[in-house]
Design a protein around this ligand. Structure first.
Ligand code: PMP
Length: 277
């Protein structure tokens, strides 16, 4: 398998990661997951932009221009003959003797690889069961940081309850899912947490909000409360890999009629039309 290592496309077996890589020791780095449909990276420009923003927020200097990164990722997809799958892209602050402050001399380490992944058609059709749990993450969830322990613990809790996702709340306000954004529909209006420091500014969230506006569904970037979540007409989650998945239950309680709702279906259809075939 070909992978991206810094500015080279090379074989996976030829790459070694240093034990003093700060990504490994501190989670001092950032990442992106990019969907590939029919051999084309979906919303690649938006993902690269978000990566650059995360890098700027953490003062990680990317070692080369984003245009070069874009063409290297496109070349990676071609070389691996990826048709339907994902690109995982990670940038760490680099290698230095272990010490908390930024090292004076370190160069960001970039890795990128691809893997096959089919669309989650059954989840999209039937919907997902979820749990609600406390959001114990830090206060810069807008940075797509490698530090994912809050998300890992929440997702594990969901899996142990035989659910696919954990919806998070901070002091009773619904923020997002462990690896998805969350929206509800109440009386025909779409509500979702505003894109501030408490959530990741999801690429799919943005696409869906645009589609909602096009379809004439009023959008309010206002966070629902826990109570509002349970009495919503429809709830759905969005992400690069889950697309727009209906939520049919939370903590075993049925949402709406317990089947994917009509506006969620409409948004799914509009999203589907964007996928290159
Ligand atoms: N929120 C969190 C916490 C995530 O990890 C993800 C997945 N990257 C999302 C939302 C969805 O973002 P996107 O639509 O850009 O994949």
């Amino acid at each position: 398998m070909t992978i991206l290592f810094n500015d080279q496309l090379t074989e996976r077996n030829d790459v070694t990661i240093d034990i003093e890589d700060r990504g490994y020791q501190f989670g001092d780095g950032i990442y992106e997951v990019i969907r590939v449909y029919n051999g084309k990276a979906f919303y690649l420009e938006e993902h690269i932009k978000r990566l650059v923003r995360s890098a700027n927020e953490l003062r990680i200097a990317l070692p080369y221009h984003e245009d070069r990164l874009t063409s290297l990722l496109e070349e990676l997809v071609t070389r691996n003959q990826l048709i339907e799958g994902n690109i995982y892209l990670q940038v760490s602050r680099g290698v230095a003797p272990r010490s908390h402050p930024f090292p004076e001399h370190s160069k960001a380490v970039i890795i990128g690889y691809t893997f096959d992944a089919p669309r989650p058609l059954s989840l999209l059709e039937k919907g997902v069961a979820t749990i609600l749990t406390e959001d114990i993450r830090w206060l810069r969830c807008d940075i797509k940081s490698l530090n994912l322990l809050g998300a890992v613990l929440a997702k594990q809790e969901a899996v142990e309850a035989s659910c696919q996702e954990a919806i998070l709340h901070r002091n009773g306000t619904v923020t997002e899912g462990s690896s998805t954004n969350v929206a509800i529909i109440k009386e025909g209006i779409l509500y979702t947490h505003p894109a501030n420091n408490l959530i990741l500014h999801g690429i799919t969230r943005n696409v869906i909000l645009e589609l909602a506006r096009e379809l004439g569904i009023p959008v309010r970037e206002e966070a629902p409360t826990k109570e509002e979540l349970f009495v919503a007409d429809e709830v759905f989650i969005t992400s690069t890999t889950m697309e727009i998945a209906p939520v049919i239950s939370i903590d075993g309680k049925t949402i709406g009629s317990g089947t994917p709702g009509p506006l969620t279906r409409q948004l799914q259809e509009a999203f589907e039309a964007k996928i290159p075939s």
